[in-house]
Design a protein around this ligand. Structure first.
Ligand code: ADP
Length: 184
């Protein structure tokens, strides 16, 4: 399963819930990259400046994180991807890597639909808590710009493949989760 949605749309929270519900792992490339930055690994050092500016880390770097994780035994029965793919080039890389690994292709793509104003408000509220280096107003605007320019085209990519379900991302965590479950 792939989760799609703007920064602040609730992908992380819903991804955790779905992972628990279905007993399959969730892989967030954002979390994996932040862990690499915190540990100061070579990957983290390469990604740090790009992430702090709200840009996209190179496709090959994120694709290799995903590929390694998908080879762990717990991913063999299914997995939830959060934050990858983020561009149509990454979606093509994912299809290719799944095939090389002998794994089934993506079956479900869930889009969490939330308006631009709502996600901006959520992210600015989160920025007040100062937990992430990229939750600053100028960087948030850059992440939103990249989402609209590079990630939104993926909706059409997966709609054409008849894999996309779009779910209203407003409301309590429980309400949004039940909408997703009902839509799958
Ligand atoms: P958000 O959805 O709030 O933007 P994420 O935690 O998914 O946050 O990602 C944080 C940052 O990590 C991104 O702004 C980007 O720099 C980097 N990143 C995460 N996933 C990818 C990806 N698939 N391709 C390129 N960069 C990525």
């Amino acid at each position: 399963m792939v989760l799609l949605g703007a920064p602040g749309s609730g992908k992380g929270t819903q991804g955790e819930r779905l992972a628990r519900r279905y007993g399959i792992p969730r892989l967030s490339t954002g979390d994996a990259l932040r862990a690499a930055v915190a540990e100061g690994t070579p990957l983290g050092r390469q990604a740090q400046a790009t992430m702090a500016a709200g840009g996209l880390v190179a496709d090959e770097l994120v694709a290799s994180i995903v590929e390694q994780r998908l080879q762990q035994p717990d991913a063999s029965a299914g997995f939830i991807l959060d934050g990858f793919p983020r561009t149509t080039a990454q979606a093509a890389l994912l299809d290719e890597r799944l095939q090389t690994l002998g794994m089934a292709p993506v079956t479900h793509v869930v889009h969490l639909a939330v308006s631009h104003n709502e996600v901006m408000q959520r992210l600015l509220d989160r920025a007040g808590q100062q937990q992430r280096a990229d939750d600053r107003e100028d960087v948030i605007l850059e992440r939103m710009r990249i989402y609209q320019a590079q990630t939104q085209p993926l909706l059409a990519y997966y709609a054409t493949q008849e894999k996309l379900v779009s779910v209203d991302g407003y409301g309590s965590l429980d309400v949004v989760e039940s909408r997703i479950v009902a839509a799958l």
